[in-house]
Write a protein that binds this ligand. Structure first.
Ligand code: ADP
Ligand code: UDP
Length: 241
């Protein structure tokens, strides 16, 4: 059982609420049912989503820890909440893509579904008002968003996550198309923060290529949380009734 006590609300994002705790270096993340797309333009409440993503994220973070990747995850404390390390987040999103989809397809006019070999890596600035513009290493250095060493670590770690998760999903009959990760500083070290859930990645059924991620919400395909639960079930994640 945890000794961490929830204190005042620190921040409410589009999908999670962050709480301070009685320990300065710990936070509580509350995964809400709010589901947003297009930088917050489309927002809906989807029953069970907060709970599914909380369990999903816990499972993935634990798999990454087992593989030697430092994450902020500490423990689950309720169906929709977990304790994490309090990171000094970098305002950067790291995206690795194994298959062309989403903004890459629009930006480069390529066909969705093309295999990307080797997988691509992109940085985006975390800024909804500016629609998360794409940035490169020189912008990060010029604006002091991270150091050169941190840029190198973000790339190495994000590709390591790809090696671990591509296999994990492949073994469960799914393709990891792309995903977004965020990092923060903790005791001078870069640690994986935020979440890994079907809200922030693309997952396709390996045979039918059916979409099992937030594109179901973005594209109004329906069955959003049902798809997330199917992915969780295929990975062997036990969810409450
Ligand atoms: P968004 O900012 O995209 O609306 P969320 O609703 O998911 O996102 O809000 C969660 C916020 O908490 C994000 O700003 C994220 O960077 C931040 N965050 C995630 N993990 C940590 C952590 N371990 N320490 C500090 N901040 C974190
Ligand atoms: N992504 C995310 N948050 C963002 C932007 C992207 O989680 O603010 C994820 C998205 O779900 C996908 C990957 O990052 O898995 C690549 O997203 P893309 O650049 O294709 O943008 P999109 O068209 O999905 O907004």
């Amino acid at each position: 059982m945890t000794s961490v006590i929830k204190k005042q609300q620190r921040f409410t994002g589009k999908a999670k609420t962050v709480y301070a705790t009685n320990e300065d270096d710990k936070l509580i993340l509350h995964f809400r049912n709010d589901t947003s797309a297009f930088d917050g333009e489309k927002i809906e409440q989807l029953a069970r989503k907060g709970m599914v993503n909380n369990y999903f994220n816990a499972f993935i973070m634990q798999q990454l820890e087992k593989a030697g990747i430092a994450t902020h995850f500490e423990e689950l404390i309720s169906d929709e909440e977990c304790v994490v390390k309090n990171l000094d987040m970098l305002p950067i999103e790291c995206v690795v893509r194994n298959i062309a989809a989403g903004s890459l397809v629009k930006r480069l006019g390529v066909e969705e579904g093309i295999d990307l070999l080797p997988p691509t890596f992109e940085f985006f600035l975390k800024n909804d008002a500016l629609h998360d513009p794409m940035i490169n290493d020189s912008h990060i250095i010029a604006f002091n968003w991270a150091t050169q060493a941190e840029i190198k670590q973000m790339k190495t770690l994000t590709y390591q996550v790809n090696d671990v998760l591509k296999k994990l999903f492949a073994d469960a009959g799914m393709l990891l198309v792309d995903y977004k990760l965020e990092y923060g500083r903790y005791n001078g070290k870069l640690v994986l923060g935020d979440e890994f859930s079907p809200d922030g990645c693309r997952l396709w059924d390996a045979k039918s290529r059916e979409k099992l991620d937030k594109d179901r919400f973005r594209q109004g395909l329906g069955g959003v949380v049902e798809a997330y639960e199917q992915v969780a079930q295929r990975l062997g994640i036990a969810l409450p009734e």
